[in-house]
Design a protein around this ligand. Structure first.
Ligand code: PEP
Ligand code: MN
Length: 359
């Protein structure tokens, strides 16, 4: 449920409600908008082996809250996801990521300017990564992508360099001032990946790996949650709820295309998911047109369409020599293609009142 406070209520009034909730074994999540303060209320969060009491809040508690002079009204949250819903948290969430190449030392994902993340699908070797990192940074990207642990559809495909790849990513961050995003596939690797990464990526195949979601939810690293390739938007938001409910509020959603009957593209980019997410959730959403299309000549169109539709950022695969890439070469832009995409991204972002963060 959500507690809607009266306009211009005092700090003490808010504190009073928060204390009341705590005393009754509930947690209050404060959302202070310009007009209104809203407190989202949750019961105890389900842990393995226990029944969740989330949503099972006794009517007498909601009646008592409604009786407080500072409270305007108490409303139920109609969605199955609570912490991820806009009802619960009306203001946009902005995820801050430390980055050396910006004067403030942080980049805000979910704020007005669009954020560019780019780099190879997979870290292959030092030269490939450094060349790509230097090139994307020069064009204004502030976040470097690169997989060290790769989910591979075939067990015979390249599975990534592991920790060696993470070390190379950290080296590229030090050299070019970029933040680093990389995938983590299993709870046992989380501590190691956290040592090197600024954002943990949860891949499409792991969107419903609930143990992994729980564990990244217990870290304080921003988490980029890819949409499962067959997941509905509701299932995706429930996956985000797993992370949020463990206390990590820095979740970024990523639309990366879904599986449909269409074969001309690797996946079908669900551009409409972007405004839907904006309507039902406060979480930032970015787009991955590389996995979304599977073809490098379609990446620019889907990048621009995503920005027009309201995406908060792009995650783009770039490779110095895509034809020789160990993974996803067909969907990786050349350095030149990335360079020519950037001014177009900027033009559309400006046209929709956003602009682009450039490092
Ligand atoms: C990737 O980003 O390279 C990747 C494997 O993505 P996804 O999980 O969306 O397939
Ligand atoms: Mn890839």
């Amino acid at each position: 449920m959500i507690v809607v406070m009266k306009q211009h209520c005092s700090e003490e009034a808010i504190e009073h409600v928060m204390t009341y909730l705590k005393d009754h074994g509930l947690s209050g999540h404060l959302s202070q908008g310009v007009e209104r303060t809203i407190i989202g209320v949750l019961g105890a969060v389900g842990v393995a082996g226990t029944r969740t009491t989330a949503g099972g809040i006794y009517p007498e508690i909601s009646d008592a809250l409604e009786g407080l002079p500072c409270v305007e009204t108490v409303l139920p949250v109609s969605k199955p996801y609570k912490l991820a819903s806009r009802e619960f948290h009306p203001t946009d969430t902005i995820v801050e990521v430390p980055v050396a190449c910006l004067p403030e030392g942080i980049v805000r994902i979910g704020d007005t300017p669009v954020v560019m993340m780019a780099g190879p699908c997979t870290v292959e070797n030092e030269k490939q990564l450094m060349t790509t990192a230097e090139a994307v940074r020069k064009e204004g990207a502030v976040i470097l992508r690169g997989g060290a642990f790769k989910p591979s559809t075939s067990p015979y495909g390249f599975r990534g360099l592991g920790e060696v790849g993470l070390k190379l990513l950290a080296k590229a961050r030090d050299e070019f001032g970029l933040a680093v995003i990389t995938e983590v596939m299993t709870p046992t690797d989380i501590a190691m990946v956290c040592e090197y990464a600024d954002i943990l990526q949860i891949g499409t195949r792991n969107m419903q790996n609930y143990m992994l979601l729980d564990e990244v939810g217990r870290t304080d690293k921003p988490v980029l949650l890819k949409r499962g390739m067959s997941a509905t938007i509701e299932e995706w938001l429930l996956a985000a709820e797993y992370i949020l409910s463990q206390g990590n509020s820095n979740v970024i959603l990523c639309e990366r295309g879904i599986r449909t009957f269409e074969k001309m593209t690797r996946n079908t980019m669900d551009i409409s998911a972007i405004p839907v997410i904006k309507r039902v959730s406060h979480l930032p959403i970015i787009s991955d047109p590389s996995q979304g299309t599977g073809h490098r000549d379609l990446v620019a169109a889907m990048s621009l369409a995503s920005i027009a539709a309201g995406t908060d950022g792009l995650l783009i695969e770039v490779h110095p020599n895509p034809d020789e890439a160990l993974k996803d070469g067909a969907q990786s832009l050349t350095l030149e293609q990335f360079k020519s995409l950037m001014p177009r991204v900027e033009a559309v972002a400006i046209a929709v009142g956003r602009g682009v963060v450039t490092g």
